[in-house]
Design a protein around this ligand. Structure first.
Ligand SMILES: CC(C)(COP(=O)(O)OP(=O)(O)OC[C@H]1O[C@@H](n2cnc3c(N)ncnc32)[C@H](O)[C@@H]1OP(=O)(O)O)[C@@H](O)C(=O)NCCC(=O)NCCS
Length: 209
């Protein structure tokens, strides 16, 4: 299976490394290289992999599927939707150190980084990111295009809405819903539902306006 990583900056390199670690554990794949719109990267190698061209060059590149290595949720969502409309298939990147209950469901395009833990009943939808050492406890759900940053801990039955960003080191108590396209600040403790498109922070988390 030939995979192209869309985006070669910091998050793209994390995604490529997760794929590489899967490959070292015997998962059959060929990481063809990166595509990135940064002109300075054209023709260079990143993590030993070639930067083959710009994102728009994808049709000319041999590949079976793609994965998005772009941290910005809105940009990642737009590309995901465009590529889905174009009939592209998405790889799923799950670091070998991730611990998943047997009934956990991971959707195409999702990225689970090193040290992730997902408990029983967990659901990670398309194009979501569960970053380094983050945990999603039982029956939690990450909607499409959401990003749970490193070191976040989400208690049981927490739902993270589409495109939401949970900042580094935050946590959420059982059963709360974090609204679509909202931002939870670094280190926050979410103790009640967060409205859509809100920005909250602090302990307990309050609206930051
Ligand atoms: C919450 C956040 C989005 C706010 O960013 P911002 O809009 O640029 O806001 P500012 O830095 O201008 O700060 C605005 C106010 O919010 C406060 N604030 C900022 N971040 C905060 C946080 N994490 N918790 C509590 N208060 C915070 C600031 O102190 C400031 O307060 P003031 O107006 O009383 O001085 C950002 O600080 C944050 O925590 N982002 C998370 C990033 C992250 O973890 N990404 C994942 C990478 S893998």
């Amino acid at each position: 299976m030939k995979i192209i990583v869309m985006g070669a900056s910091g998050h793209g390199q994390v995604v490529a490394d997760v794929l590489f670690q899967m490959w070292t554990k015997g998962r059959e794949m060929e990481i063809v290289g990166f595509l990135d719109d940064e002109a300075a990267l054209a023709g260079t190698r990143v993590l030993g992999l070639p930067v083959l061209g710009k994102l728009a060059d994808l049709p000319a590149m041999p590949h079976d599927c793609v994965i998005l290595g772009i941290g910005d949720n809105a940009v990642r969502a737009r590309l995901f939707n465009e590529l889905t409309s174009a009939g592209k298939r998405f790889a799923t990147a799950i670091h070998p150190s991730a611990v998943l209950a047997p009934d956990v469901v991971i959707s195409p395009g999702a990225v689970l980084c090193a040290g992730v833990v997902i408990n029983t009943g967990g659901l990670v939808r398309e194009n979501a990111i569960l970053n380094t050492c983050a945990s999603l406890d039982h029956h939690g759900e990450l909607a499409q295009h959401s990003h749970v940053a490193p070191g976040v801990h989400l208690a049981g039955n927490v739902r993270v809405g589409e495109g939401a960003l949970i900042g580094i080191g935050a946590c959420a108590v059982p059963g709360v819903t974090i609204g679509a396209w909202s931002v939870v600040g670094a280190g926050a403790a979410v103790t009640q539902d967060v409205p859509e498109r809100a920005t909250v922070g602090g302990v307990p988390a309050r609206n930051l306006g």
